[in-house]
Ligand binder design. Structure first.
Ligand SMILES: Cc1cc2nc3c(=O)[nH]c(=O)nc-3n(C[C@H](O)[C@H](O)[C@H](O)COP(=O)(O)OP(=O)(O)OC[C@H]3O[C@@H](n4cnc5c(N)ncnc54)[C@H](O)[C@@H]3O)c2cc1C
Ligand code: FES
Ligand code: FES
Length: 1334
């Protein structure tokens, strides 16, 4: 009996849904059709974890409930029939009390902007629930059976752009029964006396209803192969239809849905696809089995096999599979689905490669025929169509040939940008073989080899048969290994167009060498040591498998309580429980429509026409809004700042790839997104000439933005004189820094609602609502007073929601204006990445003169900054770059800086804009000088540190008093507390004794010039004594509201009788509203918290002045005057209980310097280029911190974000300048598995500073610059490698001098170490020489 509905429970409520579009995702349903908004959309492609929910599934046969995480952005609504779904609201909330996970995330300061937090909570919660199902003694109350070593894996794959992960690891570790509480970082959760932390509630309901055949509308769920073919052969097949199991392939590039589907066939219910059959010869796994379940089965099988050899293959397969995707993808992704992806179109599958290596076979149903073939044959077939069903995969048991002297070998490897967290392989392999000893030569001989390689830019995984054949029966020697590698080079030929071709081949060679070299007698010991750390095998002594540990120290500040206390973040529990409201969580008003941009894919071209393909998605288009819809009197403006405007739409010319051309309007966000994909744009480039895409082209055409003279930085001293005094000079050397994308977890979003009398209310996720208001008003041609921009909280900004947010807010407003209906826009992650821009790329050229003792006498810089199409804030960047370069005393410093106008997306401010690039440029010069003089870079740094006198010369407006210059003491403190000298020495030893792994260490100082700006604040006391505060600053996750709340309590505490007990809870901070509190300004530059606190303090003091006389009068009657009595009396006396202030910093106090230093220690694997951050140590001067927990969070988070910029994040554009690394697949921000294994951060309280807000200092940005220490340490490690192999790849005449640009990912590390080092090494072995001579 067909039942046209889907039934499930969501947070304990029963839902029955009929008539939903079958392409609806679970996330979309939860967010738009239920009151629960906690589950967030971060990427829509399974790559970030913001949408993670727990799914509980009841198996009526076994009466068991399985609970697992899933990415609800990929899970189809209809596939959760009879499941129970838990979102973070279901764990706990304001009304029912918060769950232990939520409380610990709050108490450990593990949530900043909060956008990732609900997903984190669900991943951690599910890990605890599943850990507790394992055998073993019951843990004490408040703890779980989870182990410390498993804590960070609990949320691997969940991305967080704010915290740097450390506090999240700590929150999760706090549940582990083997945790040492002393190891946990700063938190307010654990009180030492706390013996009874909250119990971990894990009970929740499930629907234990027997599964019944339920054919939902457009959703077909065949129960047999026959039913499947009946469907395939029916008239249905002519209609738009999709076959699915987990539907995770819709997150995979090349497999993402390009159109909507009307019908789905879910084949997961066909018994043959779910069966697990264990035979003596091997195990048959149904194709619909999830990857997670397959891992479990393989592990169970290992335990049940008596032969030690027999289990090797299964164990390694399971280990390798646990690095595929993320836990929440593996839990729903089927193993068969993976192999089908690998078979149909080029997909860098791990599973196909390792199963090929393991000799798997597959069972297929091809219409009426049942076929069993090898996986190899299957992969080689032409792409399959739905008439073929993959039924199962058979993995044989491999045992040694009953001869005791033969042993079975099996290894798998993968080279990927992240070891655990969601990164497909550049190359992967699996090697199987048998080895035996050749008695005559006493060498090992291999037989029955299977050498499988995949993902290197091949259509599908292949076996290197020539290599297998060559190796079979040969005595393994260095020369045989070398010949095998040469043969492999001929076999592994990446297809055209694939990135990193040489790298992939070289890594594949490294893997084969790893496999063979321990077996070859004449490859000496250091070569054998290579296996540890050279691959991702968990059973090796791999530094990457070490658990993360940390130390966080703050020096408390009791002077202005509660200011200075590490209080938890304001409203943080709401963030953990998903009740915190972001723009997209505001319920859509009646009649709301949704928009998505269409953008140009060409730079500099006339847009001749905009059409749409004929498709289901195109049918959803309600309207297309473009420049012609701008009302008369309005302007085509999408952004502005002091230095110029930027248009909203490219009209009539698209000036750069990624420029908005219009907005597609539809009834849901998904329809709008999908419809925007259908666009066909016709361009015409006639008469336009070529676009300017590079800074070199800009120079050729003198295409620059003007930098006003007062912004152009000041040179110091006489560089020609400095150069003439030098003993040595490095002439004109280049270093390049690429762009960085913001990757805030909440993409750009706005909701525009037309209101009466030609007014508009716009909810915008903006760091600068005041300017958003003016851009919207100018676009619509209405007075500023007709536009109200409201911003409550922002899910991460990092500068990207300053000027870049205006375009989205303005486009939404224009659409709402035209359509007279509310319009919401929540940019698709890929669109956001393509359109929004990012950090400024810089090409630097330096010439430096220095004395033989390391003293630098002169530095000249030539800087080309790529600003993109509009000026935005780019004229400020020369100043910030040079400010950071000035951290050393260069003797004399001169520069020539050009801000280039190019046909690219506009580059804008990003956390420590310019300072970040400047810091690296300065240290690249220092390192270069050190390498020329062959001395430790630190000695050059110290020799060129500023004296206070030179500091004043370099920073005349901000050097402050001599007593505040703390950099020397910070540097020395860091050197001693982190045992730098001893570690540097042991690194030297390590590098001598390890051929294939090298380490490097570097200590980098940072000076960051901060500038306070004017800011408004209003404090009002309501009739019941509760207090509301409004400030200009926006809460972006940086803890601004928390500091403002503390400041209010500190200031009003003077009239609060019981210390400040109970006062904090009475303070509420309100959202920013441009018509309520004007002159809100820009939240950026790290000082907005201070400025907002200063305004709050002033407003509070005004209230105190008004209330004090009332209080004094009351005190004459009674000593203890309660706050409520005071307020009641003040109301009677008509006292104005609302005070507004506009805090304007004094001329001489608005600018000051922040100091900090960071040490990084890294290890590289020369065979793959893999980078492991072994340790990071930071010391940072925070003045008197307003909230040490908040400041530490900012410092750690910015350091990790900096690591992303310097090492991992590759901003890649095509030949038109279009960003093509525009997804979580190609753009890798740091995940928990790549942060330093040991991470120690300390903030110093350097005491009283009369000019600053309660002596505090900024913390939001400066630590980004310290992450350049990772780049420098990496350079040291590479230098050691190049020394070992006398490699002089790259620029520079000696192996020790080379250019290393930013970022420096593993592919570049490998390149700089040498793509050919394995061959070089093997050639160098005397055995080879001898055999070659023979
Ligand atoms: C974020 C992310 C990261 C990933 N990382 C990796 C990685 O590192 N390494 C890796 O190897 N893979 C990776 N994958 C791929 C992942 O393993 C596959 O998406 C998944 O296994 C597909 O299974 P599914 O059940 O979701 O397939 P679906 O999406 O449901 O189906 C995929 C396609 O296969 C067809 N199909 C499925 N099963 C059968 C069958 N039995 N017979 C015939 N046709 C069938 C369907 O018609 C459909 O066209 C990643 C995926 C995501 C989303
Ligand atoms: S939104 Fe689902 S994983 Fe990113
Ligand atoms: S707190 Fe994790 S993304 Fe902001």
């Amino acid at each position: 009996m067909p039942v046209e509905r889907v039934v499930f429970a969501l947070n304990g409520r029963r839902y029955e849904v009929a008539g939903a579009d079958p392409s609806t995702r679970l996330l979309e349903f939860i967010r738009t059709q239920t009151p629960f908004k906690g589950t967030k959309l971060g990427c829509g492609e399974g790559g970030c974890g913001a949408c993670v929910v727990l799914i509980a599934k009841y198996n009526p046969k076994t009466e068991e409930v399985t609970e697992f995480t899933a990415s609800s952005c990929l899970t189809l609504l209809y596939s959760i029939h009879f499941c129970s779904i838990i979102t973070t609201e279901g764990l706990g909330n304001t009304r029912d009390g918060f769950h232990a996970v939520q409380k610990r995330m709050s108490g450990f300061h593990a949530s900043q902007c909060g956008f990732c937090t609900p997903g984190m909570c669900m991943s951690i919660f599910t890990s605890l629930v599943n850990a507790d199902k394992s055998k073993g003694p019951k843990p004490p109350k408040g703890f779980s059976k989870l182990k410390v070593s498993e804590a960070e894996k609990a949320f691997s794959g969940n991305l967080c752009r704010c915290t740097g992960y450390r506090p999240i690891v700590d929150a999760c570790k706090s549940f582990a029964s083997d945790v040492d509480l002393e190891d946990l970082g700063l938190n307010i959760f654990w009180k030492r006396s706390d013996k009874n932390p909250d119990e971990i509630k894990s009970s929740h309901g499930h629907l234990n209803v027997d599964c019944i055949a339920a054919s939902r509308e457009g959703w077909y769920h065949p129960r047999s192969i026959k039913e499947y073919y009946d469907l395939i052969n029916s008239s249905l097949w002519n209609d738009s239809i999709k076959v699915v199991v987990g539907n995770t392939s819709t997150g995979v590039p090349g497999y993402k849905d390009q159109d909507l589907y009307k019908n789905y066939i879910d084949i997961g219910g066909i018994p043959e696809l779910s069966n697990i059959v264990k035979r003596e010869s091997g195990i048959q796994i149904g194709a619909a089995t999830t990857i997670s379940r397959t891992i479990e089965i393989l592990k169970q099988e290992c335990e049940s096999i008596s032969s030690p050899n027999g289990s090797v293959v299964f164990m390694k397969l399971a280990d390798h599979m646990s690095k595929v995707a993320t836990p929440f993808v593996r839990n729903t992704a089927s193993i068969g689905g993976n192999i089908i992806l690998a078979q149909r179109r080029t997909f860098p599958s791990d599973i196909a490669t390792i199963l090929l290596g393991a000799g798997a076979t597959v069972c297929l149903q091809v219409v009426a025929e049942f076929v069993q073939i090898t996986l190899e044959e299957f992969l080689e077939q032409p792409p399959l169509d739905p008439t073929t069903l993959l039924l199962s995969i058979f993995i044989p048991h491999w045992v040694s040939d009953n001869q005791p002297e033969t042993s079975l070998l099996f290894e798998t490897y993968r080279a990927a940008a992240r070891p655990l967290g969601n990164a497909v392989s550049y190359v992967n392999c699996a090697f199987l073989g048998h080895s035996s000893v050749d008695q005559q030569s006493d060498t090992l001989v291999l037989s029955k080899l299977r050498l499988a390689f995949g993902a290197y830019g091949t259509e599908h995984a292949i076996r290197a048969k020539k290599v297998e054949k060559f190796l079979t029966g040969k005595s393994l020697t260095a020369s045989v290994v070398l010949t095998a590698i040469q043969l492999l080079r001929e076999t592994i030929v990446p297809m055209d167009g694939i990135s990193h071709r040489e790298y992939r081949v070289s890594a594949a060679i490294g893997f084969l060498f790893s496999f063979l070299s321990p077996l070859a007698k004449d490859i000496p010991e250091p070569g054998k040591a290579l296996t540890s750390g050279s691959a991702d095998s968990a059973d090796r002594d791999d530094v990457r498998n070490l658990p993360v540990s940390s130390r966080r120290e703050t020096i408390p500040n009791d002077d202005y309580k509660p200011v200075g206390e590490p209080l938890k973040k304001y409203a943080v529990e709401l963030q953990t429980s998903g009740e915190a409201v972001y723009v997209d969580d505001i319920p859509a008003p009646k009649n709301c429509l949704f928009g998505e941009f269409i953008y140009s894919t060409q730079a500099l071209a006339f847009v001749k026409s905009i059409k749409f393909k004929s498709s289901l998605a195109s049918e959803k288009i309600i309207d297309v809004v473009s420049a012609k819809d701008i009302p008369s009197g309005g302007e085509n403006i999408g952004s502005t700042f002091t230095y110029g405007d930027e248009p909203l739409f490219g009209d009539p010319i698209a000036e750069y790839a990624g420029q908005a051309l219009g907005v597609v309007i539809a009834e849901t966000q998904r329809y709008a997104d999908m419809a925007a994909k259908q666009v066909i744009i016709e361009y015409d480039t006639e008469d336009l000439g070529p676009p300017i895409l590079t800074v070199e082209e800009a120079v050729e055409k003198s295409s620059y933005f003007e930098v006003p003279p007062d912004l152009y930085p000041k040179e110091v001293g006489d560089v020609s004189k400095g150069m003439s005094e030098a003993d040595d000079r490095i002439p004109s050397t280049e270093v390049k820094l690429a762009s960085e994308y913001y990757f805030y977890m909440e993409t750009q979003t706005a909701l525009a609602i037309p209101d009466e009398d030609n007014t508009m209310v716009v909810y915008s996720s903006s760091q600068y609502p005041e300017l958003a208001q003016s851009v919207i008003a100018r676009c619509l041609g209405i007075p500023f007073s007709n536009v109200r921009v409201i911003t409550r909280r922002v899910g991460g900004g990092f500068g990207g929601k300053a000027f870049r947010s205006f375009q989205v807010a303005t486009a939404a407003a224009l659409c709402a204006y035209k359509l007279r209906r509310p319009v919401r826009m929540f940019l698709n992650r890929n669109t956001d990445m393509v359109m929004i821009g990012g950090r400024h790329p810089v090409k630097a050229n330096y010439s430096v003169g220095f004395k033989s003792n390391g003293e630098i006498t002169a530095l000249h810089l030539e800087l080309l900054i790529n600003a993109g199409i509009s000026p935005d804030a780019s004229p400020l960047i020369p100043g910030t770059i040079i400010s950071s370069v000035k951290k050393y005393n260069w003797g004399a410093l001169s520069f020539d800086i050009k801000v280039c106008k190019t046909n690219n997306t506009s580059k804008s401010v990003m956390r420590a804009p310019g300072d970040t690039q400047g810091s690296l440029i300065a240290d690249a010069v220092i390192e270069h000088v050190a390498s020329v003089l062959s001395v430790d870079a630190n000695s050059i740094r110290e020799r060129n540190f500023h004296t206070y006198d030179s500091l004043q010369l370099y920073y005349p407006d901000s050097a402050g008093e001599a007593s505040t210059y703390s950099l020397h003491s910070i540097f020395n403190r860091l050197i001693s507390t982190s045992s730098y000298v001893d570690r540097a020495e042991s690194i030297k030893q390590f590098n001598i004794s390890n051929k294939w792994r090298k380490r490097g260490i570097s200590c980098v100082p940072g000076i960051f010039r901060a500038e306070q700006r004017a800011a408004p604040g209003r404090v009002s006391v309501l009739n019941d004594g509760s207090i509301v505060v409004e400030v200009g600053g926006i809460e972006l996750g940086q803890g601004l509201w928390t500091k403002v709340q503390q400041m209010t309590a500190f200031a009003l505490g003077k009239l609060w009788p019981d210390g400040i007990e109970g006062l904090l809870e009475r303070v509420r901070i309100l959202q920013a509203d441009t018509l309520n509190l004007i002159q809100g300004g820009l939240t950026a530059g790290s000082t907005t918290s201070e400025s907002s606190c200063a305004a709050t303090l002033q407003a509070c003091n005004m209230l105190i002045d008004r209330l004090k006389p009332v209080s004094d009068k009351l005190q004459q009657q009674s000593k203890n005057v309660s706050w409520d009595t005071l307020i009641a009396q003040a109301i009677k006396e008509n006292i104005n209980l609302s005070a507004s202030a506009y805090s304007v910093p004094g001329q001489d106090s608005s600018k000051y310097l922040n100091y900090g230093a960071g040490i990084s220690e890294v290890e590289i694997d020369l065979l793959t280029g893999a980078i492991t951050l072994l340790r990071g140590d930071l010391v940072y001067d925070c003045g008197k911190s307003l909230n040490p927990a908040v400041d530490l969070g900012q410092i750690e988070g910015s350091f990790i974000q900096g690591i992303g910029f310097f090492i991992y994040e590759e901003y890649i554009t095509n030949s038109d300048g279009l960003m093509i690394s525009n997804s979580t697949w190609d753009y890798k921000i740091p995940s928990v598995d790549i942060i330093p294994k040991k991470f120690n951060a300390e903030i110093l309280n350097t005491g009283y500073h009369k000019n600053r807000v309660l002596s505090s200092k900024a913390s939001g940005e400066p630590a980004v610059v310290l992450a350049s220490s990772v780049h420098c340490a990496l350079r040291e490690a590479i230098r050691a490698a190049r020394k070992e192999f006398a490699n002089s790849n790259g620029s520079g005449s000696s192996p020790l001098e080379f250019q290393m640009d930013v970022p420096a990912p593993m592919t570049l590390v490998k390149e700089l170490c040498g793509f050919d080092i394995v061959e070089k090494y093997l050639r160098s072995l005397s055995t080879y020489e001898r055999s070659a001579e023979e």
